[in-house]
Write a protein that binds this ligand. Structure first.
Ligand code: ZN
Ligand code: ZN
Length: 635
């Protein structure tokens, strides 16, 4: 369960803030911030990277990598004895869960991070807004961490980044759209101007310490997603990030299979691959398929108003809705803040084509007849507070669902959300709308590779070692099984876990240690201040309520001057339990009387006795265990 996290982040902020870093690191950081005024030594920014293969040092290193990679493919030889340092990969999140992905690479004293996501709280995490990875290990090694690479702009990959950067100002590298989305978050956290962001293109290489990294274009349910090739003195690792193989993508082109295959030829020591859909056979359908379905469905809607719910970040989906709307002469309105944000960033950066005049403000929808409208909305997972949820429960201020509505839920419920989606669908149906959802038609395709694509990835990259990542245990195991069928020996496949550090050498992969990697809860502006204890209290309060016993004692004379009063919240309905309440009060009285008689003056002792007696009583009478809070005042 939850890990309490006290040593983090605010307390450690001064220690790891940019100015506090070791002189060398601080200097470098500053230089990469804005200008190119610092040519030598550490070519961290994109422009400087091009120079890498020309510099003698770069060349030398390159050859070195080649050797290492070639060696990696050979069976255990004898010559390599002096050999290369091992590569260590520590998982700070993303395994045995879908969410808060974060991976740390370490080699030769340098470290490199990949992604920094969040996950959403489980229903029993009362009051928690977000869950982010535990940064303890990263902050302990602040001086070694050279930068962070982000594969794409989904929350499970960027959602924790602002919290990390607040404590550790390292350079961030990602594609244009992803950086655009990150900027929005950093602006919200008011740290944008002190962050060091670098836009890269697929094909670019970035050198960070002893690592040379390369970005490779992949298909996914958000544009501008990349896989990573990470070269270290220990060898070459490919981390796919989230991907699918879309042979007819909406834009950006097909995943760069040629490059992946070239890396395979060069010799890949280890592959870390997306396991989300590893249990699904076949291929994932092309995103374009959804466009065809929209065309059919939109026509079927006839004169009715269209409402389409989808993930805010699925820009290709939004693009296809806009395309069909344009063709059929409908205007488009957006509902949901995250959707408006993403679409505005994507439009500004040219990732979405919005024809002049097609977007209308939500306020003005009533000026158009229903057959001239498409509303795109968030809430495809039935999230309470989302736009679709509020529409379904008649709580939306601007959109009222009526029998003349045709609603398409263009997403599949993420495991665990099925019930919520079901409730929303029910409510929409009650209001008379027609609802198309889940597998009724092809109104959704996944962004993740199915088995055949995963196998293709393995056959191109030809890794010596394999680690399935990004998935729950069943996904990871299935993916490991696929690797086995692809001829990767069992001892070369490793299923790791959050908090595990994996060591990879030329001839062995093994779990070599553990690192702190718990869950850090974000509640409002508090980060990590809600730990396991607080959460346990909240669970107990939510399940059985609270009993407060208040009294005032005069210590000198050992007399109870007022009370005891017994107040409850969320425990029993007081009016119907007067007898129990009276019984509790009398019990408190007698406990206090005993204490006074025995001259017990230690308040904590009195509190304990009250707590014990009352919890016995309530348990016997109700079989409930409310939280009991004795409050003793002294006069
Ligand atoms: Zn993703
Ligand atoms: Zn993901």
């Amino acid at each position: 369960m939850a890990k309490q996290n006290n040593n983090q982040p605010k307390s450690s902020a001064p220690k790891t803030a940019p100015k506090g870093r070791k002189p060398s690191a601080a200097g470098k950081n500053k230089a990469t911030q804005k200008s190119k005024s610092q040519p030598k030594k550490k070519p961290e920014s994109k422009e400087l990277m091009q120079g890498i293969s020309n510099s003698p040092a770069g060349q030398k290193q390159k050859r070195y990598y080649k050797n290492a990679a070639a060696a990696a493919r050979k069976p255990a030889g004898k010559k390599r004895k002096k050999a290369t340092p091992p590569l260590k990969i520590a998982f700070l999140g993303g395994l045995n869960e879908v969410g808060k992905n974060m991976t740390l690479y370490a080699c030769n004293g340098d470290m490199l991070l990949v992604d920094c996501g969040l996950s959403f709280p489980d229903p029993e995490m009362f009051g928690i807004d977000l869950v982010i990875p535990d940064f303890t290990y990263v902050l302990e090694n602040a001086d070694k961490v050279k930068g962070i690479l982000i594969t794409h702009g989904h929350e499970d990959h960027i959602g924790g980044l602002a919290y990390l950067l607040k404590n550790l100002n390292i350079p961030v590298y990602s594609t244009r759209l992803t950086i655009g989305l990150i900027e929005g978050k950093l602006r919200e956290h008011k740290i944008l101007d002190r962050c060091d962001l670098h836009v890269i293109k697929p094909g670019d290489k970035v050198k960070l310490g002893c690592f040379e990294t390369e970005f490779i274009h992949v298909n996914h349910s958000i544009p501008d997603a990349v896989a990573l090739a990470i070269r270290s003195p220990a060898g070459l690792v490919v981390q796919t990030g989230d991907f699918k193989i879309d042979r007819t993508p909406i834009d950006g082109g097909v995943i760069d299979l040629a490059r992946l295959s070239a890396l395979g030829e060069e010799g890949v020591l280890c592959l870390l691959s997306d396991s989300t859909n590893a249990v699904k056979p076949g291929f994932t359908e092309s995103e374009r398929k959804v466009g065809e379905t929209f065309d059919v469905q939109f026509r079927k809607a006839g004169n009715r108003r269209l409402i389409v719910a989808t993930f805010a970040s699925n820009i290709h989906r939004v693009q296809q809705i806009i395309n069909v709307a344009e063709k059929l002469g409908r205007k488009v309105a957006l509902s949901g803040r995250s959707l408006e944000n993403v679409v505005s960033v994507a439009a500004e950066l040219g990732y979405i084509r919005v024809p002049e005049g097609i977007l209308i403000p939500l306020d003005s929808i009533n000026r158009y007849p229903p057959e001239k409208l498409v509303l795109i909305t968030t809430g495809s997972q039935g999230e309470p507070m989302s736009a679709l949820y509020r529409m379904a429960f008649s709580e939306h201020r601007r959109v009222e669902i009526c029998p003349n509505d045709y609603v398409i839920i263009s997403a599949t419920p993420i495991p665990g959300n099925e019930k919520m989606v079901g409730r929303v669908v029910d409510e929409l149906l009650k209001l008379g709308a027609e609802v198309v959802y889940e597998k009724m038609y092809d109104v959704h395709v996944s962004g993740h590779a199915c088995q055949e694509e995963l196998k293709l990835m393995m056959s191109l990259v030809k890794p010596k070692f394999f680690m399935p990542v990004h998935g729950e245990q069943k996904h990871l195991q299935k993916h490991a099984g696929l690797a086995l069928t692809m001829g990767i020996p069992k001892e070369n496949i490793l299923i790791a876990d959050n908090g595990k550090e994996v060591e990879i050498t030329q001839d062995k992969i093994r779990i070599s240690g553990e690192v702190p990697a718990g869950k850090v809860f974000v509640d409002g502006i508090g980060v990590g201040d809600v730990g396991a204890v607080v959460l346990r209290d909240r669970t107990r309060l939510a399940q059985d309520g609270i009993i407060i016993i208040a009294c005032t004692i005069e210590k000198e004379t050992c007399t109870v001057v007022s009370g005891p009063d017994v107040v409850t919240r969320g425990f029993v309905y007081v009016r119907e339990s007067e007898q129990l309440m009276e019984e509790s009060r009398r019990l408190c009285e007698s406990v206090l009387a005993d204490c006074m008689y025995e001259h017990v003056r230690d308040f904590s002792e009195i509190r304990n006795r009250l707590r014990d007696e009352i919890s016995h009583l309530t348990y016997n009478r109700t079989k409930r265990t409310p939280m009991i809070l004795p409050i003793i005042m002294e006069v």
